[in-house]
Design a protein. Structure first.
Length: 211
């Protein structure tokens, strides 16, 4: 019995490579291809694949939120995250959303195929680099947890935290003693650095990271 696989990735060349890898393997069948999170959710509901290979950073609905929606609707579908993102916050956000595996895009074709088959069998798998990070994290204890989104400045993280609490720009400006224009600039920087399209997506990522 072959494993039916849905691919969700916004990079055309990488998406094509995964399509060929899955289609050429005698152990897997291609169930569909999505270019963003919303399309991944729609295709998952329509096709009900065995495994979804999910990128995290996609326009609009990101991979974490897409994973959460798919797992909630289709708990038997296994999500394997395949991404370039290896920060602790993203790894744990994907796990909390219900992903069964987390592998970096630098992995070879054999590793990717093996990971697909492992999660299809109901097991969890993590690439060697991710497993090493998890081991270090748990060995060091809770105090070692890194601050989420290291790419943000301290001010941008403060703005994002307040956004996650439901505050609008006027409230954030009053809380931080800033002008609304400065807050808007910080919000724009947060969107750009987190590669999200809007406030809702930024808030979703912040809450996933525990802000």
């Amino acid at each position: 019995m072959t494993v039916r696989v849905l691919v969700a990735d916004d990079h055309p060349l990488f998406r094509q490579g995964l399509r060929s890898l899955i289609a050429d393997s005698p152990e897997t069948d291609l169930a569909g291809v999505a270019a963003d999170g919303a399309e991944a959710v729609a295709l998952a509901l329509a096709e009900r694949p065995d495994v979804i290979v999910m990128d995290l950073r996609m326009p609009g609905l990101d991979g974490v939120e897409a994973t959460r929606r798919i797992v909630a609707a289709l708990p038997d579908v296994a999500v394997l995250v395949l991404t370039m993102v290896e920060e602790d916050a993203s790894i744990f956000a994907a796990m909390r959303a219900g992903a069964r595996g987390y592998v970096l895009k630098g992995a070879g074709p054999e590793t990717i195929l093996r990971s697909i088959l492992v999660v299809a069998a109901g097991e969890a798998i993590f690439g060697s680099a991710v497993a090493a990070r998890l081991t270090q994290f748990f060995a060091a204890g809770p105090s070692a947890a890194a601050a989420p989104f290291p790419e943000l400045t301290t001010r941008e993280r403060e703005v994002l935290t307040l956004m996650a609490s439901g505050a609008n720009n006027a409230t954030i400006a009053a809380r931080l003693g800033l002008t609304e224009k400065t807050v808007r600039n910080n919000v724009s920087n947060v969107f750009a650095k987190l590669r999200v399209a809007d406030r809702a997506a930024a808030v979703a990522r912040a809450r996933d990271a525990g802000l």
